[in-house]
Ligand binder design. Structure first.
Ligand SMILES: [Zn+2]
Length: 307
C-alpha cells in the first residue's frame, strides 16, 4: 500500500479511457509528431526488435497483445470503466486507479514546484488509460509502444498491462515502481511546459545526446514527485520504504538502454542510446528523490532553476 487519505480512493487527475479503437477522428498519420515512450526497444535496429518480440512471445509476455488468449478479446470488447476507482482503497488495489491517483498527486505537486523552482506556469496534462491500441495526437499506437507522452495533445498514454511486460524485462511491478512510470511521463509534460521537450531527437542518439538528457531529466522529475509526495501532513504517499525504493531501482534498471540491448541479445552500443543506461536512469531518479529540486535534474545544463 502506498496511497493514503483521499488519494487511496482513486483521486485522479484528468483521466479518461479508451478501449481498442481509440478516439477516431482525423489528422493522424502524415502529421504524426514525435511521441516520448518510456523505453525504446531496439534503438532502430529492426533485427533487435524482432529478436525481442520473439523473446517476449516465447516467454508468454505477448499473449494479450497477439490475441492468444480469450481474455484479451473479451477485454477489447468491454467498456472500459473506471467506476471501481471510486471505492475506498482502490488506488492501492487496482493498477489503473493507482495511475489515476498518481496523476492527481502529480498535479498538486507540480502546480507548486514548477512556478516556484523554474518560474514557469503550470497547466495540467491529461492521461488516457487504454487497452490494446489508441489513436493519439501523435498518431496511432499499440500497447507494444509502452507508456508514452504525446506533446501535441499534452496527454500521457498508459496501458496498465505494460506492467506485466515490465517484469519480463526484469523490472518490478510494485506500486511505487508503477508510479515512477506515470511520473516519468508526467515529467515530459513538465518539459513541454518548459519548452525543452523539442530538443529530444531519437534520430540523433548516443549517451551524450539531448534525447538521453531529456529522458534522464524525466526520471529525475519522477524522483522529485516521490520526494514531495511522501512528505508533510497532506502527503499523498505513505513514507517510502527501502523495499519500495528498491523496486523503483529495479524498474529503472530494467528499462536502461544497455539492459534492453542485452535482453534483446544485441551488442551494448552506447552510440544508439536514447534513454540512458541502467545506471544513469537509477542515478537520475535518485538525484530528484534525494533533493526534491529541479536544479538537481538539470541534465540540459540550463542553469535556470532556483536552488
Ligand atoms: Zn521518456
Amino acid at each position: 500500500m502506498t496511497f493514503r487519505g483521499d488519494y487511496a480512493q482513486g483521486q485522479g487527475g484528468n483521466v479518461n479511457t479508451s478501449s481498442g479503437g481509440g478516439r477516431g477522428g482525423g489528422g493522424l498519420g502524415s502529421g504524426a509528431m514525435m511521441l516520448l515512450p518510456l523505453l525504446l526497444r531496439g534503438g532502430g535496429g529492426g533485427t533487435i526488435i524482432l529478436v525481442l518480440l520473439a523473446l517476449l512471445y516465447f516467454s508468454g509476455a505477448f499473449d494479450g497483445l497477439l490475441g492468444g488468449g480469450n481474455d484479451s478479446q473479451q477485454q477489447s470488447q468491454d467498456e472500459y470503466s473506471l467506476e471501481h476507482c471510486q471505492e475506498q482503497g482502490s488506488s492501492n488495489e487496482y493498477d489503473d486507479c493507482r495511475a489515476a491517483a498518481t496523476m492527481g498527486s502529480l498535479n498538486s505537486i507540480w502546480a507548486e514546484v514548477l512556478p516556484a523552482q523554474a518560474d514557469v506556469q503550470f497547466t495540467e496534462p491529461e492521461m488516457t488509460l487504454f487497452k490494446n491500441n489508441v489513436n493519439t495526437g501523435c498518431g496511432f499506437a499499440s500497447s507494444d509502444t509502452g507508456p508514452f507522452y504525446c506533446p501535441r495533445d499534452k496527454t500521457a498514454y498508459l496501458d496498465v498491462s505494460f506492467f506485466n511486460q515490465l517484469s519480463q524485462l526484469g523490472g518490478s511491478n510494485g506500486p511505487l515502481a508503477q508510479e515512477y512510470v506515470t511520473a516519468h511521463e508526467f515529467g515530459h509534460h513538465i518539459q513541454n511546459l518548459e519548452g525543452t521537450l523539442g530538443l529530444s531527437d531519437y534520430k540523433n542518439p548516443g549517451e551524450d545526446s539531448a534525447a538521453v538528457a531529456i529522458e534522464l531529466q524525466a526520471d529525475c522529475y519522477a524522483g522529485i514527485w516521490a520526494h514531495k509526495a511522501s512528505q508533510g501532513e497532506n502527503a499523498a504517499l505513505e513514507p517510502i520504504s527501502d523495499e519500495q525504493l528498491h523496486q523503483v531501482m529495479q524498474t529503472a534498471q530494467s528499462i536502461g538502454d544497455d539492459s534492453i540491448q542485452r535482453h534483446s541479445g544485441g551488442e551494448v552500443d552506447p552510440d544508439s542510446w536514447t534513454h540512458g543506461s541502467s545506471e544513469q536512469r537509477m542515478q537520475a531518479f535518485k538525484s530528484g528523490y534525494e533533493s526534491g529540486k529541479m536544479s538537481a535534474c538539470d541534465t540540459l545544463n540550463r542553469g535556470v532553476y532556483k536552488s
